[in-house]
Design a protein. Sequence first.
Length: 322
Amino acid sequence: MAPGTAWRIFTGAPIPPGADAVVPQEKVTRDGDTLVLAHPVKAGGDIRLAGEDLTQGEVAVARGTALRPGEIGVLASLGFGAVPVHRRARVAVLTTGNELVEAGAPLGPGRIRDANLPALCAQLAEMGAVALPFPRIPDRPEAVAEALRAATAQADLILTTGGVSVGDHDPVKPALEALGADTVFWMVAQKPGAPLGLWRLDGRPVLGLPGNPVAALLMAELYARPALRQMMGFRHRFRPQGTAGLVDGWRRGRPDGRVHFLRVRLAEGPDGLRATLTGPQGSGVLSSLMRADALAWIEAEQPDVTPGGAVRVILTGQSEDH
């Protein structure tokens, strides 16, 4: 092309030899064979150079990256119709308890609505796993054992809720022992979540969660989530952490030798992050979990926290891929 001439092309097409700029059609007017430009045109205007997105030899999508719309678009633009991936982990969810009824059922005397099953399934979906909800299981070791046998044939990881402590109606541990499961650990010095266990059954990990809803969801966050991310090939297993000033402080009371996890909400303050308790910290208080975007991690040997005192926080509202 000679200077002062124009050639019509379509969006995304290569420019003709000699051309050094592109002007969108809507920014010009045509007078016969003459184009009238509304504004001066700079060399290189509206031209997308080869390699301006990704350069030769650059890693486009690293191993262990979640394939979101952006990553899939990059791969497609590079000509990849398919790439090898880790499949989503399948997780069986078994809830135990004669007292449980589903959310839409009438609530009779001595009954409790089962918040664990739907909440854990939603949590697993948010983790990127596939939840396999099982029918609610009565508090009988043989019924639990039957469900566990079925779960090992379908799932990569098995979650149970309730029945892992030392009560007369805690059937999960006896059922696992009867099936010959190997105990990895049982009972943890933490609050919430002391009644927590991990077993291996027929090569499958079985994580026995507490029955209290907050404890079950927090232990799934702290224990199941990193394990699932490793199973599914993610590069980062753990949420980001930081330090924040605990606005109202916290009292341990008498020494108990346990790690405590407090539900908090974070905000920027003049001196950095500030953490505010979101409400009562009981293991059945779901509303304070709903309002939280972080956990304050109080070590077992850490004494009472004075108002504004520094605590370690796990940023549960942020992705591991930070």
